[in-house]
Design a protein around this ligand. Sequence first.
Ligand code: MRU
Length: 347
Amino acid sequence: MKVKIGKRIKDYRTVWWDKEIVNMIDQTKLPGKFEIYKAENYRETADAIKNMVVRGAPAIGATAAFGMAQAALEFTGSDFEKLKLLMKNAEKIITETRPTAYDLFHAVNFVKKNIKNFDSVKEAKEKALIASQEYADKSAENCRKIGKSGEKLIKDNFNILTHCNAGALACVDYGTAIAPIRFAHYNKKKIHVFVDETRPRLQGAKLTAWELAQERIPHSIIADNAAGYFMQNGEIDIVIVGADRIAGNGDVANKIGTYEKAVLAKENGIPFYVAAPLTTFDMNCKSGKDIVIEERDMNEVLYIDKIRISPKNSKARNPGFDVTPARYIKGIITERGILKAGEVRGI
Ligand code: MRU
């Protein structure tokens, strides 16, 4: 992704490995400050996922893969069984950070699978690092392919609605829902993006808007409850969102508020698309009912940026995600092309 710092424009990935340190764009600081967060060991990397320094399913996945590599490299002994124990502990700490994003589990399993067939500590360490880098590179490439295939859905003069941040910041690069938008813009299509602010953490207003502004993609931030108004007035041509976990029947868990946008889109005859790599598909979940939904701290609802906006004794509920049933989804844009819900089982 292109980032403008002062007068210079530089290409950044959201997360990258450098000399045993996992570097991440600190998403808790954007859009005010562009800072790099450096996690020096797997515990710090897990904390960064938990505290949402890095967030968004594919980005969480790549960060988790690097965390597993850090755990392997941290081991100083020569007993392979002891290395396995340490890796098991790292896996527990890393996978307990956020329960809904399937990429996290996929990535941890990928690194584990890659070191399983070695019995020398040295080889296993080398392979863990290679596997994590391979995971991150493949993740970026998959998002690029999502961008290329999804771009065809976006016609000249389209107004696109998106929810939360499913951009490069939520991935290693390019984004999922934002990748087709990025490519449509590169191909000189005249487009405009409606960005849901996405309460309570405001990933739309803070992160998606920041990313679009970096690349000068025309956009307007709208209040979460304004999408219906714009749909009803014929101002939205297509909805594209990301996903945190996709069940075998094509039901999609994504940021809270996605479901209501999908229902509104159907009511207004607007095509609703989900963009996600295959690492987000969890065939162990038969339907959306099997997906664990993260319940987050109620203070995220009661406060905005440390300012209490509600009465002192009020409580709140704060589910991080909801499930959009497959019947509301026109297609799922993947690195292998656009799938219908019924085709998900066969991937
Ligand atoms: O809680 P977050 O910010 O991690 O939630 C992110 C989302 O819901 C994204 O839409 C999803 O992870 C897809 S990211 C390409």
